[in-house]
Design a protein around this ligand. Structure first.
Ligand code: CAA
Length: 283
């Protein structure tokens, strides 16, 4: 299937990034939110992301203007155009909310349309609407989406080869690198990343080193662009805890137990950048 018309549900950080990469690469993309106010904020953030890319000379001023023209907006999933070829869901990590969005979309879209979720850890097999499970797939982008090259393509139990191939081709057209992953807890990215972050938090809790030194070890010793505690703040400690919990529950293996310090910080509302404080403080 040739994917041309795309909709993205959710105007948060990930949704905005996904809209941006589709728009830059010439797709007609509709951003869907629940309120006009959220759409306005999303378009403002998308515009600053595009401006940052022009400043960094990764795109030209012309590409930026064309990208903004490729974006339209819509309030409510029930108002998505039934002729949309691909809908990518990027709302917060709540299984009930995601399922309800997919069931609404399943009822209104043409039969050939593909549904994708950007979930970071919820099972693709469990999220798939019953009647469209063959046309359902995980499309897991990395933050910040315009910069990171990887997209994990997660095959649910019933995802068809046609669906996988169509989404793989689309991912390549976005100038991203697709990686095929089976539907197991944490997929690949988070199954490896989150235990590393969790272990860094254990090392901090046990007083093995300061937060700065733990980050320096991984930045300077392993050439990671960000230390694990800085990265945890960037991702959001609540998101890290939710993903760690899915992996822990999914494998029922104590090696994935979330660190008590991570749990305590989430309970205290110290969520990282988005709350102004996590392991570090932010302006
Ligand atoms: N659009 C939006 N935000 C952008 C952007 C763009 N085009 N380019 C950069 N950013 C953001 C960063 O979030 C950060 O925000 P603030 O300016 O508001 O503080 C800022 O831009 C940093 O950008 P700089 O230009 O100063 O820095 P940089 O370009 O040298 O590198 C980085 C920034 C790409 C984020 C780099 O530090 C890096 O690669 N870090 C690791 C990122 C990573 O590991 N991502 C994966 C997270 S895990 C995930 O996403 C999966 C999951 O399910 C949890």
């Amino acid at each position: 299937m040739d994917i041309k018309r795309v909709a993205v549900v959710g105007g948060g950080t990930m949704g905005n990034g996904i809209v941006t990469v589709f728009a830059i690469n010439g797709y007609d993309v509709t951003l869907v939110e629940t309120q006009q106010e959220f759409l306005e904020r999303a378009i403002k953030n998308i515009t600053s992301s595009l401006e940052r890319m022009v400043k960094k000379e990764t795109i030209s001023e012309e590409v930026k203007s064309a990208a903004l023209k490729n974006i339209s907006t819509r309030i409510g999933v029930e108002n998505v155009d039934p002729n949309t070829d691909l809908v990518v869901e990027a709302v917060y990590e709540d299984k009930g909310v995601k399922t309800s969005i997919f069931n609404k979309l399943d009822g209104l879209l043409k039969a050939e349309s593909i549904l994708a979720s950007n979930t970071s850890s919820i099972s693709i097999t469990e999220l798939a609407p019953k009647n469209r499970a063959d046309k359902f797939i995980g499309m897991h982008f990395m933050n910040p989406v315009p910069v990171m090259k990887l997209v994990e393509l997660i095959r649910g139990y019933s995802t068809s080869d046609d669906t996988y191939n169509a989404i793989k081709e689309t991912t390549l057209k976005l100038n991203k690198v697709p990686v095929e992953v089976q539907d197991y807890p944490g997929f690949i990215a988070n199954r490896i990343l989150m235990p590393m972050i969790n272990e860094a938090i254990y090392a901090l809790m046990e007083g093995v080193a300061t937060k700065e030194d733990i980050d320096s070890v991984m930045k300077l010793g392993m050439a990671h662009p960000m230390g694990p505690l800085t990265l945890a703040d960037f991702i959001g400690l609540d998101v890290c805890l939710a993903i760690m919990t899915v992996i822990f529950d999914g494998y029922n293996d104590s090696k994935y137990r979330p660190c008590p310090l991570l749990k305590k910080m989430v309970a205290a509302g110290k969520l990282g950048r988005k709350s102004g404080e996590g392991f570090y403080r932010y302006e």
